[in-house]
Design a protein. Structure first.
Length: 561
């Protein structure tokens, strides 16, 4: 009975399996499919991430990429599921490519400080190997040096560099100069012609462009380093303290390296300017590297003054960044040498100008008995001192150039030479032949000038008297006025200059007076001698008691003269 029942149940089970096997198979397949879809739905973020990364990189949405990567890394970074590991490997491949892309963008030049900080933070968030911030600093340092060298090469070849297309926009140094002038109320006036830079000597334009390069690039370079030191490159809010501390540690280790970079930039700036303007201050090896200027034109004091102003403004701009003074001392040394050079060159040029002043003598005497020549000389000297204001001005941290004994002695020597040069010019005027007006300017010699001067040609005696009068005016007025101007402008050794000048003009006065007396006495002596020695008369035999009639013409001649 039991056996029969078991058989019946087995047959029923087999029949049921036969009838529902297909249905059960479809059910299992459906369950499997549903489970797979659930997995895809649940982990679609990971599976779509490689494609999303590509799209966001193309759009420049690096923040989105970084956030998605951080999320995927926290969820699947340590997964053991093969399919997840395969997809996550694709994600890492794309992130590696993104790191290379961001590093390339970071090292591109030129770039802004904002972009540099942004790319450094991206690379930090992506856990890029190495130290991208330091790599950026090194790249910027090389870029600045290359810009400076390119600037020098361009101007040595006689070109105008970045301004060759006629860009008249003010440079960074010019803008800083104008701003500083407004803030300090400076009396310095830039040339009225805004395009002076394109008409000036090549070396001056080069110095302006070179300092413009440094002033426009070095501040961002310095700020990048400061951000690297204080960790703000990686977090402005103090978050990610581990990365910030790592940055500070790296910065401490590289302080000396960065100091060398700043020194290299400032030394390169100074040597390039010296090569263009002060080649004699460079050693022979440095001159071969930083020289190369073929122009032999001697710069006037006016252009040297402009260079001094440019370098001074550049130094002030860099000092405002709180760069240590020892790193900028080399620029101060350059500024001192430029100021000294400007002083000496200006005085030398003034000496040449003063020598030519005698050519402007018109012999027109005013109510005081002097010509315009002493006034022209005084005006020339006053203008020289005024032009030296920028060079002689002593800004905070600078040295008074007259505290240098060699400079003081040389300046005093040149000033004495200027005074003596003018006095020698007066003496030369006294020896010119009567009627020689070839030295007069065209407008003075022309008949259309003042009628009182028409055909005016002073005799030798008249010239001597006029020059004697001018000498008296120089001694009593001009030299004393100039002494006041020297002291007002900070010159030392004024007493010596005045004393030597007065001694020289007195010596000339004595020589000219003796010459004048000799000229006036010759006719008288010539008239007396024949009568005195007529008949071999000897005064020792007879003392004179009265005047004879033959002396009357002589006295008449004396009265007329």
């Amino acid at each position: 009975m039991t056996q029969r029942l078991e058989n019946v149940l087995n047959r029923a089970s087999d029949t049921a399996d036969t009838l529902f096997q297909e249905v059960l198979g479809r059910k299992d397949k459906a369950d499997s499919t549903r489970n797979a879809l659930n997995v895809l739905q649940r982990f679609k973020f990971l599976f779509n991430l490689p494609l999303n990364i590509e799209r966001n990189i193309q759009k420049g949405d690096y923040d989105v990429v970084i956030n998605d990567y951080e999320k995927a890394k926290s969820l699947f970074g340590n997964t053991e599921v093969p399919v997840f590991r395969k997809v996550y490997a694709e994600v890492e491949t794309r992130i590696t490519a993104l790191r290379r892309l961001l590093l390339d963008k970071l090292l591109e030049t030129p770039s802004t400080l904002h972009d540099q900080k942004r790319y450094i933070r991206y690379l930090s968030d992506l856990h890029a190997p190495g130290d991208p911030a330091w790599q950026c600093i090194v790249a910027q340092h090389k870029w600045i040096l290359q810009l400076m060298q390119n600037c020098k090469d361009t101007y040595v070849k006689g070109q105008r560099g970045l301004d060759v297309e006629g860009d008249l926009r003010p440079s960074a140094v010019t803008r800083l100069s104008q701003t500083a002038s407004l803030k300090r109320g400076s009396s310095f006036q830039t040339p009225a012609d805004a395009s002076w830079r394109f008409k000036g000597p090549q070396q001056v334009v080069f110095a302006e462009s070179l300092t413009d390069v440094v002033v426009s690039q070095l501040p961002n370079f310095w700020k990048l380093w400061i951000s690297y030191v204080n960790g703000s490159l990686f977090s402005e809010t103090g978050e990610k303290s581990g990365q910030v501390e790592k940055s500070k540690k790296n910065a401490r280790q590289r302080q000396n390296d960065f100091k060398v970079m700043i020194e290299e930039v400032t030394h390169r700036l100074v040597k390039l300017v010296r090569g263009a303007l002060l080649p004699a201050t460079l050693s022979e090896p440095d001159l071969r590297v930083f020289g190369g200027w073929e122009a032999k034109t001697v710069l006037t004091g006016q252009w040297l003054t402009q260079v001094i102003h440019t370098v001074r403004v550049s130094h002030e701009a860099l000092a405002a960044l709180e760069i240590p003074n020892d790193l900028l001392q080399v620029i101060q040394d350059l500024l001192l040498d430029l100021r000294v050079h400007c002083l000496l060159v200006t005085l030398q040029q003034t000496a040449e100008d003063v020598k030519r002043l005698a050519e402007k003598e018109d012999w027109v005497v005013d109510n005081e008995g002097v010509t315009s020549l002493p006034a022209q000389f005084e005006q020339c000297m006053v203008q020289t001192l005024q032009s030296l204001k920028e060079a002689m001005e002593c800004k905070p941290g600078e040295i008074n150039i007259f505290q240098l004994e060699r400079v003081q002695d040389k300046a005093c020597e040149l000033c004495v030479g200027i005074m003596k040069g003018f006095i020698n010019g007066l003496e030369q005027l006294s020896t010119k032949a009567a009627g020689d007006t070839s030295h007069l300017p065209g407008d003075l010699a022309s008949p259309d000038h003042f009628r009182v001067q028409e055909d005016f040609s002073p005799t030798l005696e008249q010239r001597l008297l006029i020059i004697l009068s001018n000498c008296q005016h120089l001694e009593r007025h001009t030299f004393l006025n100039l002494a006041d101007h020297f002291e007002k402008h900070g010159f030392l050794g004024t007493e010596k200059i005045t004393r030597v000048s007065i001694e020289a003009v007195r010596e000339l006065d004595e020589r000219l007076f003796e010459t004048y007396i000799e000229k006036k006495a010759d006719p008288i002596v010539g008239s007396l001698e024949p009568g005195v020695y007529a008949g071999y008369f000897d005064w020792r035999d007879c003392s004179p008691r009265q005047v004879w009639s033959w002396l009357e013409p002589v006295f008449s001649l004396v009265r007329r003269s």
